[in-house]
Design a protein around this ligand. Structure first.
Ligand code: CUA
Length: 412
């Protein structure tokens, strides 16, 4: 094959690949996954997807027209023999007012086609529409390096302020939810691709967005603004429940942490032992992925194999090892506010800011090796090791970790 033939061959292959790749863009059907914006599950995400399609079609038509004219000119005016190649170029024009005005007019029309729905979508997605404002549920999301705190101003707890959770935002389905966006440190960005586009959380600035999940569901979220070492693993979940389930959830969350009666001897306690975690080990089981919402429901109930003595030991260690200085466990000994609130931690499906499924093994891994799961996190830097020297200041034996895991899992 001559070099020009192989060049034409590559061009043809490139064009067919481009064409093939563009088909799923137009159909949307082939682009799935936990964080696919093509699978909109609420009105805000749907309006943003519609706008994307308007732009895609307008620019797609322009592309086809321009490519067709280019192809026509290339074929019609190409040199066909030796004489053509040495011939003088044909007479050159100096512009045709009709063509130029026509192209300007067509560009304006194309821009208007894009601009009108763009402005509509900007207004629509900025805040809850007036006619639905009285149904709005309000929450405040605060970004931390590298996790999310969620406050529920509508759910006040006597003597303790608003209900506070972390990393799993539970909302009522079918209602607009206004999310106030704050940050405690650097710029983060709040993004639940199937529910709404991203909005930044900026220091000293009150941003907000609104979203709605049309049906009960389980949605993946992600910090979408580079915010330091573990930005890529700063994730969260949104769980949308029907009105009754949501009311039951808030009622339970407003309770103090669950206390388990001690009945057995701690010496007899079987302890889970795990070792040898691989770096970047997957945090998910296929069983969880198959039906995350059912898994979430299961997490609301006490674990089947609870060990009251081990739980009591874990509760004691939680204070002794100074975990309580950074984490709040309402009604128990935890008082800290720099780390996530753990009052009902056992009822969440994820740990380490949406990174790992909340299982005994993963919890053991997270508490044993937090720096391997989420590099640079403050539990490790400052908690387990000295911030200045890097020397280890907190040692946990595998027995300690097993007891802490049992305690945290009991917090339903
Ligand atoms: Cu927070 Cu990226």
């Amino acid at each position: 094959m001559s070099s020009s033939a192989s060049f034409r061959h590559s061009i043809r292959r490139g064009l067919s690949a481009l064409f093939a790749a563009s088909i799923p863009l137009y159909t949307g059907g082939w682009i799935g996954g936990h964080q696919s914006t093509f699978d909109a599950k609420g009105p805000v995400a749907a309006s943003q997807l519609d706008l994307f399609y308007v732009t895609l079609w307008v620019t797609g038509i322009i592309f086809v027209l321009v490519a067709a004219v280019l192809a026509y000119a290339t074929l019609k005016f190409k040199a066909r023999n030796e004489a053509d190649e040495h011939a003088e170029p044909p007479p050159q024009g100096h512009g045709n007012p009709l063509v130029e005005l026509g192209l300007i007019g067509a560009s304006v029309v194309a821009l208007v086609f894009i601009a009108v729905p763009t402005l509509e979508a900007i207004w629509y997605t900025y805040d809850v529409p007036d006619d639905r404002r009285d149904q709005t549920y309000e929450v405040t999301a605060v970004g931390y390096q590298w996790w999310f705190k969620f406050e529920y101003p509508n759910e006040q707890i006597d003597g303790a302020g608003p209900l506070v959770t972390a990393n799993e935002l539970v909302i009522p389905a079918g209602r607009p939810v206004r999310v106030n966006l704050r940050t405690i440190d650097v710029i983060h960005s709040f993004w639940v691709p199937k529910l709404a586009g991203k909005v930044d959380m900026i220091p000293n600035r009150g941003n907000h967005l609104w979203l709605q999940a049309d049906e009960p569901g389980y949605f993946w979220g992600q910090c979408a603004e580079f915010c330091g070492q573990s930005h890529a693993v700063m994730r969260f979940r949104v769980i949308a429940l029907n009105e009754a389930d949501f009311a039951a959830w808030t009622a339970n969350q407003k309770k103090d942490a669950r206390a388990v009666e001690t009945t057995a001897s701690a010496d007899a306690a079987p302890r889970a032992q795990f070792a040898g975690f691989r770096v970047n080990e997957a945090g998910w089981s296929p069983e969880f992925d198959a039906n995350p919402l059912d898994n979430w429901v299961q997490k609301q109930f006490p674990e089947k194999s609870e060990n009251p003595a081990l739980i009591a030991e874990g509760r004691r260690l939680f204070v002794e090892k100074a975990c309580a200085g950074c984490h709040n466990i309402r009604g128990h000994e935890g008082v800290g506010i720099t780390g996530p609130d753990l009052t009902h931690m056992g009822s969440r499906t994820t740990i380490a800011a949406g990174l790992l499924e909340n299982t005994t093994r993963n919890l053991y891994r997270w508490i044993s090796e937090p720096h391997h799961v989420k590099p640079g996190n403050k539990m490790w830097v400052g908690g387990y090791t000295d911030r200045e020297t890097g020397n280890r200041i907190l040692e946990l034996t595998s027995e300690d970790v097993s007891a802490l895991v049992a305690y945290l899992e009991s917090l339903k």
